[in-house]
Ligand binder design. Structure first.
Ligand SMILES: Cc1cc2nc3c(=O)[nH]c(=O)nc-3n(C[C@H](O)[C@H](O)[C@H](O)COP(=O)(O)O)c2cc1C
Ligand code: SF4
Length: 442
């Protein structure tokens, strides 16, 4: 294992993660000893519009994948409309490889609660929901405990800290579906319906939860807000890049010596992240990687120095996504990885629209045929044709994201596909394991 150089170590910016190693940081008293709830007192003393302006000035962009400007999103909430407003925190964290929101909720749940109170005050919401992935029972339990602790201390409930502002937070567990991370499917699920995306417009800002103005933000986005309130916009902009400011939690997994969460300014490179993560595992050479989960097109060793920010990743032909950096080596097969991801997308497709429901099933089947040594050259065209018919034609971004591993693996690793098709690679599956290519979802 290699030790990171002092120069690369200086790239770490522990802001959201700064309490993670403090014993019992999840308890309210410990959180308070470590500056907790000081941002709330400061925020409640200023006008809500000034908080929205502060978040706009800081340039905070959503940490859930799309990077939408948070202050602008808050500014879309109509004020004085007489309707209830809601804040919904998206804690579904389902994107393959992503592991930042769960550790944050486990290690430092009060930072999310404090962020949710300040954000609700800014958009004039008196009820907030934290929608937690169904499988993450431990995180939901920890959050419920933190909400009870916050309420007992007067940070929640009526007339919070004598400000006249009222807020209740409900921690809601989903049933465990990737699509329920998509914000409109999440809202349907929260309302008690089957989680499927809604047609937009209207957008949640005007017709969200119970057809009322709603802000949906990611856990990391909301947990960042107290630090901006305390540090100010200029301090926040001192990290990251001009268009992608601030710190970001990168979850690094795969063939590195020390997988985990590394918080750095946006714009760090994969080369630096691998160094922070103790280097590649012995005997492994970097082959391919995802910058932000499987829905972001994979990159290769050519892109080791591309900045991991919204613009840098777009320039490299991919997306920053959730900053779930999955590192694969020369001992991992890009075609097999793509097949496993397609199993996931096929399983998680909600079935509402034909391109995604049928397309993902067929792509999975064709990939399996290739991996069984029975593929044909035409299969590559079939895969690309299926992607063409899904991308931009599916009802929501799950369908678009599902095409990323297929198109990018064919772009960079066509030779590996040809090796399976032309018999130069050992098949993954015996032909007898190969399922018949029959009707979709049968
Ligand atoms: C299939 C799918 C799954 C998603 N899963 C999540 C998720 O688990 N967490 C999340 O914050 N955003 C997820 N998103 C993005 C949300 O729709 C939404 O953009 C995000 O919650 C907005 O928060 P932000 O502006 O703070 O990033 C998902 C989107 C899609 C299409
Ligand atoms: S793209 Fe997929 S997940 Fe999205 S609505 Fe269509 S079937 Fe459902």
């Amino acid at each position: 294992m290699t030790s990171p150089s002092p120069e690369v170590l200086r790239k770490l910016t522990p802001v959201l993660t700064k309490r993670w190693l403090s014993p019992d940081a999840w308890r309210r008293e410990v959180y308070e000893q470590l500056d907790g709830y000081t941002a709330l007192r400061k925020a409640l003393a200023v006008h809500p519009d000034d908080l929205i302006q502060l978040v706009k000035d800081a340039g905070l962009r959503g940490r859930g994948g799309a990077g939408f400007a948070t202050g602008m999103k808050w500014g879309f909430i109509p004020q004085g409309d007489g309707k209830p407003h809601y804040l919904v925190v998206n804690a579904d964290e389902g994107e393959p490889g992503t592991c930042k929101d769960l550790p944050l909720m486990m290690a430092d749940p009060h930072s999310l609660i404090e962020g949710a109170i300040i954000s609700s005050y800014a958009v004039r919401a008196n009820r907030a929901f934290i929608y937690v992935r169904g499988e993450a029972v431990h995180a939901a339990r920890r959050l419920r405990h933190a909400v009870a602790e916050a309420k007992a201390a007067g940070y929640l409930g009526t007339d919070i800290l004598g400000s006249g502002f009222d807020l209740e937070i409900v921690v809601h567990s989903g049933a465990g579906a990737y699509i329920c991370g998509e914000e409109t499917a999440l809202l349907d699920s929260l309302e008690g319906y089957r989680g499927q995306p809604r047609l937009r417009p209207p957008f949640p800002a005007t017709h969200g939860l119970y057809a009322s103005p709603t802000v949906v933000n990611n856990v990391e986005t909301i947990a960042t807000v107290p630090y901006i309130v305390l540090g100010g916009a200029q301090w926040f902009r001192s990290m990251g890049t001009e268009k992608s400011p601030g710190p970001k939690i990168y979850s690094v997994s795969g063939r590195v010596n020390r997988p985990g969460q590394y918080e750095c300014g946006l714009g760090i490179t994969l080369r630096e992240l691998i160094e922070l993560a103790g280097g590649m595992q012995p005997g492994h050479q970097l082959s391919f990687w995802t910058p932000g989960g499987s829905s972001t097109p994979m990159l290769t060793a050519e892109h080791l120095d591309a900045p991991l920010d919204f613009e840098g990743m777009m320039g490299a032909g991919t997306m920053l996504g959730t900053t779930a950096v999955q590192v694969f080596s020369d001992q991992d097969c890009p075609v097999y990885a793509t097949y496993r991801w397609m199993e996931f997308y096929h399983h998680e497709s909600c079935g509402k629209c034909t391109p995604c429901r049928e397309g993902n099933y067929w792509m999975k089947q064709v990939l399996r045929r290739i991996l069984s040594g029975k593929g044909t050259h035409e299969d590559l065209d079939t895969l690309l044709d299926a992607c063409d018919n899904i991308l931009g034609r599916a009802f929501c971004a799950l369908g678009d994201g599902a095409t990323s591993p297929v198109t990018s693996s064919i772009k960079y690793f066509k030779q590996v596909y040809l090796d399976y098709i032309e018999g130069r690679r050992e098949p993954w599956f015996a032909p007898s394991d190969e399922p018949e290519l029959v009707g979709a979802n049968s």
